[in-house]
Design a protein around this ligand. Structure first.
Ligand SMILES: NC(=O)c1ccc[n+]([C@@H]2O[C@H](COP(=O)([O-])OP(=O)(O)OC[C@H]3O[C@@H](n4cnc5c(N)ncnc54)[C@H](O)[C@@H]3O)[C@@H](O)[C@H]2O)c1
Length: 441
């Protein structure tokens, strides 16, 4: 089957290369000429583990190619996946301008029956909007709209696409559903659960899922804050909660507030969708507010730990919104670095993948080659993103490089007592502080 994937960002690129790996013939389309030129040359414009090998393998085997020419790609394809961005507007609702543009272009090139599939996260009713646009432009009904939301996580995107918890397919057209089931047949053989439903339910499954996950994160962050007031330990509390199978242990890790390109935008969008329909989604609104407060609390925590940041040098480890990605969209690190700079601090930063993007944001931040270079001469170190390579730092070396032995860990990747024993003042989330102690014999 010939497939066209419009939008070659995180989702489009992963979707296209995984579907090519399933044996489909895939054309990836994007308006970004530099991106397409790089891809045509076998260069992957984003950092995603395993993606470069997968793209190159499928290009070499002739099942994956890239172009900026949407028309021919649409004309020769039976299924068109739309994976363009749906960024938030000022009021929190999703901006559908890229979706509209693509729907119009598809309408101009409708030459036979096609399934038009939204992979992008779109508000309920977008499937209908796409159908209206395509019908108006093409004066034809020879197409079907499908919602096939994507649940992959950056950093483990290929694994998530190849082994999903479920595949959701929403359409009222039997032909389109059959085509989708054929495309995903390798997953059906592997017993992945499929939810086949109408377009609106499929669209809502995505928003409700992300809204719920954001709720879990904000919930545990609030519990961590409570632990700090009560002298309790969030790690034990979260473990005790998570062992209840109705709750589950995933997404119960405290942190600096959810970020990335999905949770902040999708939680705001779902609250706005409710308002548009005369409802208040009060839990979602509280989750959004709690997340904003968590961000502010992180800045306060750092400022207090450093005894004020004016004139201080702060080493920041981790800039991406999560490990194993170079994506900095809505990363907590951005809020934190901006607040540190505004407070008069000098920032020395290190991230394994995201520094190139950040260089464009700040010209007064020193981007370093390693955690140790960042720590050199700093008044303390702040861990913002839990990259694996930050979990086994040489603490003796760090202590010698830092002006003061202070670590603020916003991901709880170390044990307070051990860090105290290693000679640090160690401040983390929802746990008692670690203080320098004499090592016990
Ligand atoms: N990133 C994630 O982890 C993730 C996970 C699940 C769902 N989603 C959803 O998937 C969608 C895409 O997200 P993303 O992170 O891949 O975005 P992205 O910004 O990385 O990629 C979007 C791409 O679309 C291209 N584009 C825009 N207009 C176009 C047009 N008219 N024709 C062709 N290409 C066009 C852009 O140039 C860009 O390369 C969003 O709706 C997002 O909410 C994202």
């Amino acid at each position: 089957m010939r497939i066209c994937v419009v939008g070659s960002g995180y989702v489009g690129l992963v979707t296209g290369s995984c579907l090519a790996d399933f044996g489909m013939y895939v054309t990836g389309v994007d308006v970004d000429e530099a991106k397409i030129e790089a891809l045509q040359g076998g260069e992957i414009p984003i950092y995603e583990p395993g993606l470069d090998e997968l793209v190159r393998k499928n290009m070499d085997q002739g099942r994956l190619r890239f172009t900026t020419e949407l028309g021919p790609a649409v004309e020769e394809s039976q299924v068109i996946f739309i994976a363009v961005g749906t960024p938030p507007k000022r009021d929190g609702s999703a901006d559908l301008k890229y979706i509209r543009q693509v729907a119009e272009s598809i309408g101009h090139h409708l030459n036979a029956f096609k399934a038009i599939v939204t992979k992008s996260t779109v508000p309920i009713g977008t499937g209908q909007m796409i159908a209206d646009i395509v019908r108006e432009v093409s004066s034809s009904d020879d197409f079907a709209v499908v919602s096939n939301p994507e649940f992959l996580r950056e950093g483990s995107a290929i694994e998530d696409f190849m082994n999903p918890d479920r595949v959701v397919i929403g359409s009222r057209d039997r032909r389109a559903i059959e085509m989708m089931l054929e495309i995903y047949s390798p997953l059906r053989v592997a017993d992945v659960p499929f939810v086949v439903t109408d377009v609106e339910s499929a669209e809502l499954i995505k928003y409700a899922s992300n809204g719920f996950l954001a709720t879990k994160i904000s919930f545990v962050n609030e519990v961590a804050h409570l632990c700090e007031k009560l002298g309790a330990d969030i790690e034990t509390v979260a473990r005790g909660m998570g062992l209840d199978k109705r709750i589950g242990s995933k997404f119960l890790h405290p942190g600096p507030g959810y970020g990335g390109s999905c949770f902040p935008k999708d939680s705001r969008a779902v609250a706005q969708i409710a308002r548009d329909h005369g409802l208040r989604f009060r839990i979602m609104e509280a989750v959004i507010e709690a997340n904003d407060q968590t961000r502010d609390r992180m800045v306060d925590k750092i400022t207090t730990a450093f005894g004020g940041v004016d004139g201080k040098t702060v080493a920041v480890l981790g800039l991406s919104f999560k490990p194993e990605t170079d994506d900095i969209r809505e990363s907590a690190a951005l809020t934190i670095v901006d607040a540190l700079r505004a407070g008069g601090a000098t920032v020395r930063a290190f991230d394994p993948a995201a520094m190139d993007t950040c260089r464009e944001l700040w010209d007064d931040v020193a981007f370093c080659d390693s955690p140790y270079q960042a720590a050199k001469g700093a008044d303390g170190l702040v861990i913002v993103t839990e990259w694996n390579r930050f979990r086994l730092l040489d603490t003796e070396r760090l202590k010698n490089l830092l002006k003061k032995p202070l670590i603020v860990d916003l991901r709880n990747i170390y044990e307070p007592a051990k860090m105290g024993a290693a000679g640090f003042r160690y401040v983390s989330l929802g746990r008692p502080e670690g203080h320098p102690t004499e090592p016990t014999a």
